[in-house]
Design a protein around this ligand. Structure first.
Ligand SMILES: C[S@@+](CC[C@H](N)C(=O)[O-])C[C@H]1O[C@@H](n2cnc3c(N)ncnc32)[C@H](O)[C@@H]1O
Length: 281
């Protein structure tokens, strides 16, 4: 079978399950051929070796069953970084780049020395922040934690690959972090309601529930972190959360109740409330 026909066949198989069947087919074939996608457009009539075709069709079947492309390719672009992902990690989302931007903004303005990320997953936030700040010769100490050792293994792999010195600690939120105070704490914690139907639909079905869901109202993790964070922050230190677009008012209230000031929500590119930040007095 030639490239053009293989892509067409795959695209037809993927149409019922994917919003981007053509792109998915191209990504999978590029991956199997180990060639950039421009190669597929340049050589549409090239015949595929039988073993290449077999390997491609196997990946198409996985996608047909709903598995996200990022898990099939074990890779996801985030910020300017190519990150390894696995079924132990959330697939980093583009909207999380807003959280990274805010951390970088504050870190540059205030020349922060110590940053803590809670729930690092693939390491996306910590590594993106470290890589931007190191370009400006700002080198704060960054500690990143997760409860999942399998996620931390991926995060360590990513930080080594992008040559960023980050300390990774396995911890249930603050529990196993050596006592100290930070200039800034950032978290994109699980924030979906545990009975949200979206957890059983589409690509999300393949992601770890522990990375997505957090109690009946989705706020168990944010509530816990907001209650504990004061004693882990220096005076004037910052706490930043990503949260659901409908949770901003509740998150602001939680932060105010726990003594934080200058509480503010920022919208993402889709104009949804996405990040809330606040300061310890
Ligand atoms: C929404 S994911 C965010 C992953 C990554 N920071 C990102 O933005 O792509 C939440 C992360 O929190 C971690 N997590 C869940 N419960 C935790 C807990 N009790 N303590 C520490 N981390 C936890 C999950 O394993 C997951 O990696």
């Amino acid at each position: 079978m030639i490239i053009q026909h293989a892509l067409k066949t795959a695209q037809q198989c993927l149409e019922p399950v994917s919003d981007s069947p053509r792109l998915d087919a191209q990504c999978l074939l590029s991956f199997v051929l180990q060639k950039p996608s421009v190669y597929l457009r340049t050589w549409p009539e090239q015949a595929l070796e039988p073993e290449i075709l077999q390997a491609f069709l196997k990946l198409v079947q996985r996608r047909e069953r709903g598995e996200p492309i990022a898990y099939i390719l074990e890779s996801k672009q985030f910020w300017s970084l190519d990150l390894k992902v696995s079924r132990a990690t959330l697939i980093p989302r583009p909207e999380t780049e807003l959280l990274v931007e805010q951390v970088i903004r504050i870190a540059k303005q205030q020349r922060l020395k110590r940053i803590l990320e809670l729930g690092t997953g693939s390491g996306a936030i910590a590594i993106a922040v470290a890589s931007e700040l190191s370009k400006k010769q700002l080198l704060p100490q960054i500690i990143a934690t997760d409860i999942s050792t399998r996620a931390l293994d991926i995060a360590k792999h990513n930080s080594k690959r992008h040559q960023q010195a980050i300390e990774f600690i396995q911890s249930d939120w603050f529990q196993s972090i050596p006592q100290q105070q930070f200039d800034l704490i950032v978290s994109n914690p699980p924030y979906v309601e545990c009975d949200d139907v979206h957890l059983t639909q589409g690509d999300v079905r393949f992601e770890p529930v522990s990375a997505l869901a957090s109690g009946e109202d989705g706020l168990t993790a944010i509530r816990h972190i907001a209650e504990q964070a004061q004693s882990w922050l220096k005076h004037g230190g910052w706490l930043l959360f990503e949260h659901g677009y409908q949770q901003a008012a509740l998150v602001r209230a939680l932060l105010s109740e726990n003594g934080f000031v200058d509480v503010k929500t920022i919208k993402d590119l889709a104009k949804n409330d996405r990040v809330t930040l606040a300061k310890k007095q």
